[in-house]
Design a protein around this ligand. Structure first.
Ligand code: GLV
Ligand code: MN
Ligand code: MN
Length: 423
């Protein structure tokens, strides 16, 4: 007798759709910004599902949640699958959510087939991956991995001055589980968020690593003056310094379009009055490059553009690095397990680097980590119209299932006897 273990693509899809109703936006996406009431409601739904699946739950001090299905070896560290349930303000329905509910689907498929693993399996929900409300992305995994310390993260504020710490306490997310516990492996299933798999027709991306990401907050200080009476050549206008900097930043990307990504965003000015030359302008710049030296070169170029623009327009300036994630290369054994799972299931796959940041980047500092991508429509993400095919979602979950089984080991017991690893 052979037991085919497969995920249930229909069940996964209906869970994805149910989760998308929490914080649904008028444009068909989701808005569950980190540590908001909707983020809590999404978690409550997830907790209900994992408890029905027989998992136990623990929370650490930054609200990272781990749902655990026991293995047969009490001493084996868990194989953790996961991602995030928080979204961008106008986010899609799949970014992050897919990796969390894919992990749950793996557990349910194993329950259905009465398959035990040697190592426990866990599904992680990392806190504030997006960094849009509290501007540190991959925040929960950064604290878990020891990249950021809890006290400084608790002190971070959103735009209305509410701290991470106050929200963690209000929601009851300040748990006691240890940070950085040993893991056998970490696997994150995610939509690609870019156009590569769709163009090549591959169902599965075996992710080799993630490019470097650095965020800056740039501030120009000028001098407030009357918009109608102040001659143009007597102004110290930080908006002009902004304009020159933006021009230079986009030129950096144009000079190396294959590798460089630059995204100026979050613009603010003071006093923000239409008929006053601003006294202050600030904005963020997200810069990405596949290698560390390239990212350093981008930073140096930004710094000189900002200094020149400030000088040119008589402004003061300041640059703060607010997020920094070095390029990551994933563990070859995890990549090998993902590749073997894709082969076993007969799915077309390719190796691919990630343009987006993921919690797996931080986990990789502590444990063997890998990622699985599936295609998304038009490579679109961080947009309410983000979309995937249900069949692709099912294929990714099957690959996660078989890679997790490979890394956790199938228990040698009666229920598992005769099980094959066919898809
Ligand atoms: C994650 O959302 C990123 O900014 O890459
Ligand atoms: Mn994500
Ligand atoms: Mn995202």
């Amino acid at each position: 007798m052979s037991t085919e273990v497969r995920t249930d693509a229909g069940r996964l899809w209906s869970r994805l759709m149910d989760m998308a109703k929490v914080g649904a936006t008028s444009g068909g996406g989701s808005n569950r910004q980190a540590l908001s009431d909707d983020d809590q409601a999404g978690r409550d739904l997830f907790i209900e599902w994992v408890q029905q699946a027989g998992c136990s739950i623990e929370l650490d001090g930054v609200g990272n949640l781990f749902a655990r299905r026991s293995g047969t070896d009490p001493d084996a560290p868990p194989v953790v699958m996961g991602s995030h349930l928080d979204t961008q303000p106008t986010g899609g329905r799949f970014d992050g959510v897919y990796g969390v509910l894919g992990g749950l689907e793996v557990i349910e498929a194993l329950n259905d087939a009465s398959v035990s693993t040697r190592a426990p399996l866990e599904v992680a929900v990392w806190t504030n991956e997006e960094g849009s409300r509290f501007p540190v992305s991959m925040m929960g995994s950064a604290v878990w991995a020891g990249v950021s310390d809890l006290d400084s993260i608790r002190a971070l504020t959103d735009r209305s001055g509410v701290t991470v710490g106050a929200e963690l306490d209000r929601l009851g997310w300040s748990g006691t589980a240890a940070f950085g516990k040993p893991l056998s492996a970490y696997l994150e299933l995610h939509i690609e968020q870019g156009p590569i798999l769709e163009a090549s027709g591959s169902s599965i991306g075996v992710v080799t690593g993630v490019q470097g990401i650095r965020w800056f907050e740039v501030t120009f200080e000028g001098f407030a003056a009357h918009a109608g009476t102040t001659p143009m050549d007597r102004r110290r206008d930080p908006a002009r310094a902004l304009a020159d900097t933006l021009h230079g930043v986009y030129e950096l990307a144009a000079a190396d379009a294959d590798r460089v990504r630059v995204t100026p965003a979050q613009f603010a000015s003071e006093p923000a009055s239409p008929n006053t030359v601003p006294s202050k302008v600030s904005f963020t710049v997200d810069m990405r490059h596949p290698d560390a030296a390239g990212l350093d070169r981008l930073e140096a170029a930004l710094r000189s553009l900002v200094a020149e623009a400030a000088d040119q327009h008589g402004c003061g300036h300041r640059i703060d690095v607010i997020n920094d994630c070095a390029p990551v290369v994933f563990d070859p054994r995890c990549g090998g397990a993902v590749e073997a799972a894709a082969r076993l299931c007969g799915f077309a796959f390719e190796h691919i680097g990630s343009g987006a940041g993921h919690d797996a980047c931080h986990v990789a500092m502590r444990a063997p980590a890998g990622m699985i991508f599936i295609p998304c429509q038009d490579g679109l993400s961080h947009n309410e119209e983000e979309s995937i095919e249900p069949d692709d979602a099912g294929r990714g979950a099957d690959v996660l299932l078989h890679a997790a089984l490979e890394l956790a080991g199938v228990a040698d017991d009666t229920a598992n006897a005769g099980r094959t690893t066919e898809c």
